[in-house]
Design a protein around this ligand. Structure first.
Ligand code: AVJ
Length: 332
């Protein structure tokens, strides 16, 4: 674990950016896929959606008329940035879980009073350096200290040259929704640790709403979400030498009210055998691969979960239709 580990050749850090490379285990796509496809209930983690094609498709999703979360969260940030900055106070170090796409992060950093440091944490060195570079350019006074680590486990925090008054953990996008309650609790516990004494968490949390709105958001008319889901099959073909025929699978996204989540699946249209990384995987007609959960919370349920990790909900902002929330959580 050394900050001076050599970077891959060709990577040059801009001035003001220092990478702390904690060498996260390269998530093993092949092993994870085979394990997931051998289960009685086949599944693949949603983290594997985001190769280059998948990331571009996700960007397209955020622009869809049916997909309300991204634009709603941005509008909430826009409307209440002053109050958020007031709660955060001056001289914070912003620790972002996941390398930000940029827009929301820039908005936040621009609104804060004299932020000391920006610490994006991501398992992908490539995304991390891309976002670090963009932020460093836009905010020359900010210390940009990317950390390459798996944020689901506690990690070593880099020490900014200037002492921050408190840490502000930032976790936008309702990415928390991808995790089951148990996983979400343990992730909140990691954020509690990283916020450190007197620190806070600013988090985007999507809210429970009617089935129609939710199922539309994940079954858009243009079929972009279907493409995003089916890209997982293409990715296995590209990277694992699999022979999936995407036309023989169907995108399905349904609201599970009891579990309060959207469940995304790829459903086999026929009995078929597919080869993945040299192994035969059989599908019965109608059999599915679970690819994503997207949990939606009631405010009191989320407050209960956060309390379990040691956080107090200090303030909640929502849009007029109460579709989405941005929440400011504090810890002692
Ligand atoms: C990025 C996990 C918040 O759950 O809404 C969008 C991903 N999946 N459409 C979500 C997603 C299908 C998104 N998150």
């Amino acid at each position: 674990m050394s900050a001076s580990h050599p970077l891959p050749s060709g990577v040059r850090l801009p001035p003001g950016v220092r990478l702390l490379d904690l060498h996260p285990p390269r998530s093993d796509f092949r092993a994870d896929v085979l394990k997931g496809l051998r289960r009685a209930e086949k599944s693949i983690s949603p983290k594997y959606f985001y190769d280059a094609a998948g990331s571009a498709l996700f960007d397209a999703i955020t622009e869809l008329p049916e997909y309300y979360p991204t634009r709603t969260e941005l509008a909430i940030m826009d409307a209440h940035l002053d109050k958020m900055a007031e709660l955060a106070g001056p001289g914070v170090s912003v620790i972002e879980f996941g390398a930000g796409s940029g827009l929301k992060t820039r908005q936040l950093l621009a609104g804060l009073e004299d932020p000391i440091a920006y610490v994006p944490v991501d398992i992908s060195r490539q995304f991390l350096l891309g976002s670090a570079e963009a932020i460093a350019e836009a905010f020359p006074a900010l210390e940009v200290l990317p950390v390459c680590a798996d944020f689901t486990r506690p990690f070593q925090r880099p020490q900014p040259d200037r002492m921050p008054l408190r840490n502000l953990v930032y976790f936008p996008g309702s990415t928390i929704g991808n995790f089951t309650r148990d996983e979400a609790l343990s992730l909140l516990q990691v954020m509690h640790t990283e916020a450190a004494a007197g620190g806070a968490l600013l988090i985007g949390v999507d809210l429970r709403k009617d089935r129609r709105t939710l199922e539309r958001a994940y079954n858009d008319a243009a079929g972009v979400t279907a493409e995003f889901n089916l890209n997982l099959l293409e990715r296995m073909n590209r990277e694992l030498g699999a022979d999936f025929d995407p036309s023989r699978f169907e995108h399905r996204a349904t609201w599970n009210d009891a579990a309060s989540r959207i469940e995304m699946r790829l459903v086999s249209r026929a009995d078929q055998r597919v080869r993945v990384a040299g192994e035969a995987i059989d599908f019965a007609a109608g059999e599915a691969i679970l690819t994503e959960y997207s949990h939606k919370y009631e405010l009191d349920q989320f407050a209960g979960l956060a309390a379990g990790a040691g956080f107090t909900v200090a303030q909640v902002w929502t849009d007029p239709d109460r579709l989405f929330s941005v929440q400011f959580l504090t810890r002692d």
